[in-house]
Design a binder for this molecule. Structure first.
Ligand SMILES: [Zn+2]
Length: 647
């Protein structure tokens, strides 16, 4: 086993990382001030919060759904993260009230699930395949840990420890225990968080059990289905057990299959287990699955799970743009997994994908005003097709973001990610601080025996320069490791006023600056951001003959609002000159890309559907905006992959 596998980077505690304005700081503040309050109203208005009062009775409308606990839990988790850096007494009071309701719903044996307490109490733990009992438990555990770490309050943490203890008596390899595991993974990563927060090893062992037991024969889901008297698998479970990644034991899996969110949560939990137990073989399995996802099954935006039927991975290079499902939660799950592999390996490849997903496929899930959400994130939109071919499109693929969903996983998921973004910016090892992402703010850590404050100033991703100022309490020797983004060529570096040669300092995608830091030392990191024309692998049918525009970490798209309809008829000449322009008034302030492309002349087509030898084109101005900002100016066409004009 190579020693670099477990470089054991750890994120800085959230309370030690402050985002101050800039691209992400502004979004985190919007999340706190707008998104979290409106999500509370939705959770309250739809009955999800009051369901914890357990006063629903058979025959009444709006029975508590099996996912509901998780929606509320993710909101509390987000509030916990937010309170770690930003005191907000009103928000905290709301969360405390919700927590009191949740804890009040706990049963004497520790069990805690609204649906199975009031709707079908006779069916506890009888259908792990389809129902979301262990999934909801996992989300409540994540909420408990986040709220404890953000506020110091233990009420929810203690309740969830009792629930975890109960689950550990029901499930496991012992005699009389169930050898089952969740149909929707999530509790695995949550149990590792609970273990890290409490030091109780039983929780880590249970996470390991759930990861390892999955997919073994005789198949648990066959056994429990037989016990329920069922003979057929449900129709929605497309692809059989690969739908929920239980088609094989995890160590035998080499391709990412099935429901993409489930896959991401499972792989995140399995990576956590590998990290905590030093399991190099399991980590190697995860790295193989990662390569399958990111080299064959991922959109340019970091979106994954291209198939709407089953919200799932399909097959290698199957990345249709208009039919893309690419659930917001799946891109969020990819960020979770990327961060874990990054912290196990110290390899910037993972940070590159984490950044790609964050700036594109995750952020597109949220409107600029913080009030509306996409569930699916296609790379091409034609509202006429959506309306005219409802048979082709999943109903949740929409041209406009929505205020809420019946299955409301995405809105609180994006809220908890934005609230916890500070945990994704840095990683600390014994002797180094790694800077993964660039955004203005401040981090506090201890290295070289000194408390150190690191300040970042930058207008990334619009501008190319990142200025880092290092403030150790006294001069201190340690390494500052700066990520060189995979998309960047020709980076320039100055340390304390002296230009440095970048290449000799580069290891696994990070520039390693080992020195004795003096208070006030400044590092200038310049990351040139030319406009790039990007092409897809020749096997990606949907992108053949097409080109996408990218600048820095941002993927761009064309919208009807700027370019008129029939975006598919535009063709970009290979030698087209494109320029980047900062437009402070547009879409909250964005850098747009503009230039000229070719369109066919509409003349002569009035009375024809087909005509021979029509090659005349005219040059037209085009303007591209960052993909994340699409659909903020009404419904219209959108296109990421443009045709390339024949040279
Ligand atoms: Zn979702």
């Amino acid at each position: 086993m190579s020693t670099h596998r477990f470089s054991t980077l750890a994120p800085l505690p959230l309370s030690k990382v402050k985002l101050e304005g800039g691209f992400w700081g502004a979004r985190q503040e919007l999340n706190r001030a707008v998104t979290l309050p409106i999500e509370y109203e939705q959770l309250k208005g739809t009955g999800r919060i009051d369901a914890f009062k357990l006063d629903w009775r058979p025959g009444q409308p709006n029975p508590p759904h099996q996912f509901w606990d998780s929606d509320v839990a993710k909101w509390i988790e987000a509030v916990g993260y937010s309170l770690a850096t930003h005191p907000d007494p009103a928000l905290e009071r709301l969360a405390d009230e919700v927590i009191a309701l949740i804890v009040g719903a706990q049963q004497p044996d520790g069990y805690l699930n609204v649906h199975f307490t009031v709707v079908e109490p006779q069916n506890r733990w009888k259908n792990l395949r389809d129902m979301h009992e262990l999934y909801c438990a996992g989300h409540l555990m994540e909420a408990a840990v986040a709220y404890y770490q953000g506020t110091g309050k233990r009420t929810l943490l203690d309740a969830l420890c009792r629930y975890a203890d109960h689950i550990a008596t029901v499930f496991g390899p012992g005699e009389g225990q169930k050898r089952g595991y969740p149909g929707h993974p999530e509790i695995e990563l949550a149990l590792v968080k609970l273990y890290r927060a409490t030091g109780v090893e039983r929780y880590l062992r249970l996470a390991q059990f759930f990861v390892e037991e999955r997919g073994r024969q005789p198949h648990y889901y066959d056994l429990e289905a037989a016990a329920r008297g069922e003979t057929e698998k449900p129709r929605w479970m497309l692809g059989g057990y690969s739908y929920n990644q239980s088609h094989l034991p995890i160590r035998q899996q080499t391709t990412a299959e099935g429901h993409a969110v489930r896959a991401m949560y499972l792989f995140s939990g399995a990576t956590d287990v590998a990290a905590e137990t030093g399991d190099a073989e399991l980590l190697a399995v995860m790295e193989g699955l990662w390569r399958n996802v990111t080299l064959r099954r991922m959109y340019l935006t970091g979106g994954i799970g291209s198939g709407a039927a089953g919200e799932r991975f399909t097959y290698d290079y199957d990345l249709p743009n208009d039919l893309a499902y690419a659930e917001t939660c799946a891109a969020i799950g990819l960020v979770f997994w990327a961060q874990r592999l990054l912290h196990c390996t110290g390899d910037a490849t993972y940070a590159d994908i984490m950044e790609r997903a964050l700036y594109n496929g995750v952020l597109s899930g949220l409107s600029l005003d913080g009030r509306r959400f996409f569930y699916a994130n296609p790379l091409e939109m034609n509202p006429a097709a959506l309306a005219g071919r409802p048979d082709l499109f999943h109903p949740i693929v929409q041209a406009q973001r929505q205020e809420w969903f019946g299955c409301a996983c995405c809105p609180p998921n994006i809220a908890r990610l934005l609230a916890s973004l500070g945990a994704y910016l840095y990683g600390q090892s014994e002797d180094a601080l790694y800077v993964h992402l660039f955004t203005p703010g401040q981090a506090e850590f201890t290295l070289g025996g000194q408390a150190v404050i690191l300040r970042q100033e930058t207008d990334y991703p619009w501008g190319e320069r990142v200025r880092l100022t290092v403030h150790p309490a006294r001069p201190a020797t340690f390494t500052l490791a700066l990520r060189l983004p995979g998309w960047c060529r020709g980076a320039r570096l100055t340390v304390a006023g002296t230009p440095q040669d970048v290449q000799p300092l580069l290891r696994r995608g990070y520039i390693h600056l080992a020195r004795r830091w003096q208070p006030g030392d400044v590092v200038e990191w310049t990351l040139p951001m030319p406009i790039e024309c990007v092409y897809a692998h020749p096997a990606v049918r949907a992108d053949a003959g097409r080109v996408a525009l990218q600048r820095g970490p941002l993927v761009y798209c064309l919208e009807e609002a700027d370019n008129g309809p029939l975006l598919h008829d535009l063709a970009l000449p290979r030698e087209a000159e494109l320029r980047a322009t900062w437009e402070p008034e547009l879409l909250g302030g964005v850098v747009t890309l503009s230039g000229r492309a070719l369109r066919r002349d509409p003349a002569g087509w009035e009375n024809a559907l087909y005509r021979p030898n029509v090659h005349a084109t005219r040059a037209v101005a085009i303007k591209a905006i960052p993909y994340y900002a699409w659909a903020n100016r009404g419904a219209g066409e959108m296109l990421v992959w443009l045709r390339e004009a024949c040279p």
